[in-house]
Write a protein that binds this ligand. Structure first.
Ligand code: GFB
Length: 445
């Protein structure tokens, strides 16, 4: 009997040891007469032991490419956390893609709960930080009665006073949640009932509203890993980059390689329609981004690529978006300057406007990527947009849309491939007189 007791105690020590217990839990594990109950709990705990999970979501109207920028902020945050805190095993749970405003194709069914692996190369992301998909998290995180309960959710909010007065200072202050701050669903007995990403089986133990202003690293004090195993941040777009455009930013950005199948589709298209291959265009880069080399001698395929952003930009950014006629004239001027005859157009415009553009550019071959049904069904609107971006990123010369994050991501990819900056950081102007600049966000090696 004594032996059995000793064995049980040893067992409890071994399996509870790396789980940081609260005082109550410690007392619980020490109680010899309750060892059976503790044994059961520690069995469960041994599954996740020192694992700590961070989840996040972004303001629902935000588009795909702003969300990618938020990922970089989070990735750098996790990277530093992993480096500095050896006590816990930090993992980032990738927020599934879905219900984006711009994803409008109806015939492919609902575009929800899409895993990151559909768009990105997960092993490549994992070379930067430990990431897991949501469906993996649901499997590996202990659940009760098929409900996955996260320990805490922080709902980040801007401090409106700062925006009113223009006086900005760092803030990370837990405030009382109002109905307005929990607009998705009213809290019911302190439960946050919004179904994140449509998972009705994911619930929250604790909801905290936080007025936040400052860099993302300041969220470290909200983690409290000895209390919480899983922490979710809603409205993560509110937290700012720790060091935008730094070496670390670019490392995280480089890790965001796309799903290899998307590269294959784009490369086939380049080869068949644009006479473009990596070998001929001097655009070969290592499959492993950690082995990337500092170079600026990419030539690019013999085509000009333009990102012609329309739809909501025509309304929200009417002061910077050109007419089709003006866009055509700017494109023509650039193509003539470089002696190019092939034009690739990435655009969210209508068939009618695209044909209109082609009419203005009748002397050139004007192409856009039209996905097959199987590509569209498999990779959805998000995958097709990435194929457009990849093709743009390999052009000899690129013209983007002013202040579009879709354009920014293409410019970054061109920096990674190694193009001279003057072929990349160019945007269409409203008209010939007035032209803004997106700036030049050069890669830092
Ligand atoms: O990516 P995104 O945030 O860029 O949103 P912006 C634009 C979305 O529209 C893309 C589609 O993610 C695509 O789904 N789209 C745009 C395109 N251009 C193309 C294209 O050339 N090809 C294809 N296939 N799809 C922001 C929005 O857009 O603009 C904000 O995120 C807001 O919600 C703001 O509307 C005004 O930065 O261009």
């Amino acid at each position: 009997m004594l032996n059995l007791l000793c064995f049980k105690i040893l067992y409890l020590i071994l399996f509870c040891i790396d789980f940081p217990q609260t005082a109550t839990e410690n007392a619980f594990c020490d109680e010899k007469d309750q060892y059976e109950e503790a044994d059961k709990r520690c069995n469960v705990q041994s599954h996740y032991s020192r694992n700590r999970y961070i989840l996040y979501d972004v303001n629902s109207p935000e588009g795909f490419n702003l969300r990618r920028d938020v990922y970089i902020r989070v990735a750098v945050f996790i990277k530093n956390l992993v480096k500095q805190d050896k006590e816990f095993k930090w993992k980032l749970v990738l927020p599934p893609w879905g219900n984006l405003y711009h994803w409008r194709t109806k015939q492919i069914g609902p575009q929800t709960q899409l895993p990151w692996s559909l768009f990105f190369d997960i092993p490549s992301l994992q070379k930067y930080i430990p990431v897991i998909e949501m469906h993996q998290f649901i499997q590996e995180y202990p659940s009760e009665e098929k409900q996955t309960q996260l320990d805490v959710i922080y709902v980040l909010q801007n401090d409106e006073d700062m925006f009113r007065t223009g006086k900005f200072e760092d803030k990370n202050e837990v405030i009382e949640c109002t109905d307005e701050s929990l607009t998705y669903n009213k809290p019911e007995s302190n439960r946050y009932n919004r179904y994140f990403w449509g998972y009705s089986n994911v619930t929250f133990g604790n909801v905290k509203c936080v007025k936040f202003h400052g860099m993302i690293s300041d969220l470290r004090r909200n983690l409290m890993p000895t209390v919480y195993r899983s922490v979710m941040f809603d409205h993560m777009e509110i937290a700012l980059h720790d060091s935008y455009g730094s070496h670390e930013y670019w490392r995280a950005r480089c890790s965001m390689r796309y799903n290899p199948e998307l590269y294959s589709i784009a490369n086939e298209y380049r080869k068949h329609f644009l006479n473009s291959t990596d070998k001929d265009d001097n655009t070969e880069i290592s499959n492993d981004w950690t082995k990337k080399k500092n170079k600026r001698d990419a030539l690019g395929g013999p085509y000009l690529a333009v990102h012609l952003r329309r739809r909501d930009f025509l309304v929200g950014r009417s002061s910077t978006v050109p007419t089709i006629e003006s866009a055509a004239s700017q494109v023509k001027k650039t193509m003539d300057h470089f002696g190019l005859k092939l034009l690739f157009v990435a655009t969210d415009t209508t068939e009618e406007e695209f044909n209109n553009l082609k009419d203005y550019l009748f002397e050139y071959t004007v192409l856009r990527f039209i996905p097959s049904n199987s590509v569209l069904n498999k990779f959805k609107d998000g995958g097709v947009a990435i194929i457009d971006q990849i093709i743009c990123s390999y052009a000899r010369y690129f013209l983007g849309t002013y202040e579009s994050t879709f354009t920014f991501r293409i410019q970054e990819d061109r920096e990674i491939i190694g193009f001279p900056t003057e072929t990349t950081f160019n945007v269409l102007c409203k008209d010939t007189k007035k032209c803004g600049s997106n700036g030049q966000w050069e890669i830092v090696w």
